[in-house]
Design a protein around this ligand. Structure first.
Ligand SMILES: [Zn+2]
Ligand SMILES: [Zn+2]
Length: 345
């Protein structure tokens, strides 16, 4: 079977490897159909992901597949079903794991970054991480469950959003899905901002996020004033991984507000701690998701509460994996989710 391997930053090869060996009782063999390319994959491709220092890397953490075989004790899925799986490999023994916070396992490895990911025709996952996907959800949509679950988790971390004004800094797939979740969770108004081009803001509007701001055309305070008037905003979610976004959210949020950090930062940002203290801001992290976030993302995609079609802007066959990355580099923020296709679906 084929496998895409990122040998060193900037170099991807397709190679032949043997099929996975016999399944253990709790394992499932998936035939991979779609893999979404993620901003953090690009960080790894550039050798600039803060937590990935060892190469080669087998990427692929946003994926969908068909169950082709199951171990003797697997009950969640049967051959022929659509499925996706969480890429988190956790220890189950550390204090966060024992509290149920396995998404922040102290020994966490993530497939596609430090552990091997799904960039190959067939991939083995364990039953604790598998999530069945209903038939009406396409393989492409199923590959968006991973970023959707990030959005679901981040908006839960933000606390009760009902009646609150929310700013999401960052208009990529994650920012878009966070904003869609915030609207679904009862936020009064949600503003998506970007420091880049209008392309992704157009997609946000196609997804029902009506309030958008291009900070190359207006200042952040002006945009906040235009959208929220005197009400301001009470929750900020950082999904850009950018110093400017952190600075804007902390400087602009209502006193006592909550800022959730989701973005991956290539450089360690500076935070005005004195200002944060004096305004009693809460700044908290959000790390990936837990199983229930995946299950919720499946439901929200299946019933149309999350709009996914506008997010997918290009598709590349598996053989052209490297071309997909070059395309993303050239297009910059004039593309959004790029899908790798392993099958004809
Ligand atoms: Zn991702
Ligand atoms: Zn653990």
């Amino acid at each position: 079977m084929r496998q895409a391997v990122l040998l060193t930053p900037g170099s991807i090869q397709i190679r032949e490897i043997p099929m996975p060996a016999d399944l253990k009782p709790n394992e499932i063999l998936l035939r991979i159909h779609n893999i979404g390319v993620c901003g953090s994959d690009i960080h790894v491709f550039h050798g600039k992901h803060p937590f990935v220092t060892k190469y080669p890397v087998i990427q692929g953490h946003e994926y969908s597949g068909e169950v082709v075989n199951i171990g003797s004790q697997v009950k969640t899925v049967k051959p022929g079903m659509k499925a996706t799986a969480r890429p988190q490999v956790v220890c189950g023994k550390c204090p966060p794991c024992l509290r149920g916070q396995y998404n922040i396992c102290q020994n966490l490895t993530v497939q596609g970054f430090v552990a091997n990911g799904s960039a190959q025709d067939y991939f083995v996952v364990t039953e604790d991480r598998i999530v069945a996907v209903p038939r009406e959800v396409s393989f492409e949509q199923a590959a968006l469950i991973e970023p959707a679950a990030v959005g679901g988790h981040a908006t839960k971390r933000a606390g009760d959003l009902k009646g609150k004004n929310v700013v999401v800094a960052g208009s990529g797939t994650i920012g878009n899905l966070i904003a869609q979740f915030a609207l679904n969770r009862g936020a009064k108004k949600v503003l998506v901002s970007t420091a880049k081009s209008d392309f992704r803001l157009d997609i946000a509007r196609q997804c029902g996020i009506t309030e958008t701001a291009n900070l190359s055309k207006e200042t952040f305070p002006d945009a906040v004033k235009r959208v929220f008037g005197d009400e301001g905003f009470q929750v900020g979610i950082e999904a850009a991984g950018a110093q400017g976004a952190v600075t804007d959210l902390i400087a602009g949020i209502e006193n006592g507000g909550t800022v959730v950090i989701v973005g991956v930062f290539e450089e360690n940002p500076v935070v005005n701690m004195g200002f944060l203290g004096e305004h009693e801001l809460t700044v908290l992290g959000s790390m990936m998701y837990r199983h229930e976030d995946y299950e919720e993302a499946v439901r929200f995609i299946a019933d149309g509460r999350l709009k996914t079609a506008p997010l997918i802007t290009s598709r590349f066959p598996f053989e052209n994996y490297l071309d997909a990355y070059h395309f993303i580099e050239q297009q910059g923020d004039r593309s959004l989710k790029v899908m790798i296709e392993l099958t004809q679906n």
